[in-house]
Ligand binder design. Sequence first.
Ligand code: HEM
Length: 513
Amino acid sequence: MEIWFVILVSLCISSLLTSIFTHFRTSSNLPPGPPSIPIFTNFQWLRRSPLQIESLLRSFVTKYGPVVTLPIGNHPVVFIADRSIAHKALFKHGALFADRPPAPPLSKVISSNQYSISSASYGPLWRLLRRNLTSQILHSSRIVFYSQARRWVLDILLSRLQSHSQSKIPVLVVENFQYAMFCLLVLMCFGDKLEESQIREVEKVERELILSFQRFNIFNFWPKFTKILLRKRWEAFLQIRKNQENVLNRLIEERRKANKNRANKAQNEEKEEFVVSYVDTLLDLELPNEDNRKLSNEEIVTLCSEFLNAGTDTTSTALQWIMANIVKNSKIQNKLLAEIRGVMGNGSTEDEVKEEDLEKLPYLKAVVLEGLRRHPPGHFVLPHAVKEDTILENYVIPKNGTVNFMVAEMGLDPKVWEDPMVFKPERFLKGGEGEGAVFDITGSKEIKMMPFGAGRRMCPGFVLAILHLEYFIANLVWRFEWKEVKGDEVSLGEKIEFTVVMEKPLKADIIPR
Ligand code: HEM
């Protein structure tokens, strides 16, 4: 008998026994869920997209209650649909629920074995990496340093839209939004204004990686077996990661060299204006728990890639959803424009709504929050895990499983939100159920919606993301009139990519004001 066949059969049997053993060991006190056949059902669930899982989960929640277990892949996944149970898990038992599961094979490769903020286990490494990002880049005193970059990217976006509007062809906006967000985050990450071709190159390798996940998902199930069986596909995945490393490594090395040259400049030589970039902070970072070693290039690639992906697709998706609602509802657009005019002055010929003006625009903030409530870019958070079996609502949350939260459902809860499906920014104004003074997006007192997650693992980029959304929306409405295309109206259907995007990408007629 061929040796490879013997290996394959042994791997199958051992994986089969592990799955059956895991199934029976953990099934007794788990939160309820639909009946399952070990292995077969696990595999079936793995093949479903998050949107399919979400739609089935809604019916399970009605049938089994707000905490449901599904056997997805090798482990049980517990889903929490209820806002107050989510609050209990993420705040009252915050430290217990702040862990991440061990990385499955795909994530292991792209996270350099969990050396990224989003994948690191809840512990000293996570704390170090997260503190570095929040204090060096995302702190409000640092965010202001990048206002020039925002202005630069706004000009790029506006001039692209301007040329579309001149051609009188309806503009397909998402491409432009994605590119604008990419420029901005690449600049914050690598520091210098790069050529369009370089930015495109980074965008290409990053998008290739995140969009390929569904295709390679199979390797998260019985990896020892699937990696042998689908060897070519596994190699294709490794090649995609290699392409990403090649492109990002080049930029990292250029920045390292530029920093050295800058440091070597004579004291009396005039120094050019310098803004710290994310990669600078990573090049300086030392790991105290690993003999103060520096991060390897591969780990820096991972962290830069996390920064780019976390901040671009999420924000450009939210931007598209919000603009879609603005295009669809001319009343909302007019109200927003009137508010901006009130701040800029009637008849103002100013070409930019400045960042310092944003805080005088409560309706703009309400539009952004309503967009994040009604169309959160992620309908779930990243998988959480508990370090030990933990009791929640009399159920066991198993340490060998993962926990997730139904973000989109929470934002549509009719107990909090009146007419939850309707896009109504007024609900975030005085007297509304999400009124600014009492509404807290961090959910620390009460979770009403959680587009950025909540608790210790909450998105550290939420202040930056809201700033980007407010700044770009204010300027897009200030500079252009947005109109639905006759015969090609806005449709709010969803589909899954890296985030939940518009099934039919937004098209609009835009007219310079
Ligand atoms: C509209 C834009 C954004 C949305 C909707 C969003 C949403 C989220 C969500 C839902 C999580 C997972 C929370 C959890 O697992 O409990 C997350 C995590 C994260 N986000 Fe964001 N995000 C956005 C923008 C950004 C930006 C601009 C950055 C940084 C530049 C960023 C960096 C991160 C990081 C590093 C994590 C991992 C946090 C951890 O595990 O400790 N995000 N984000």
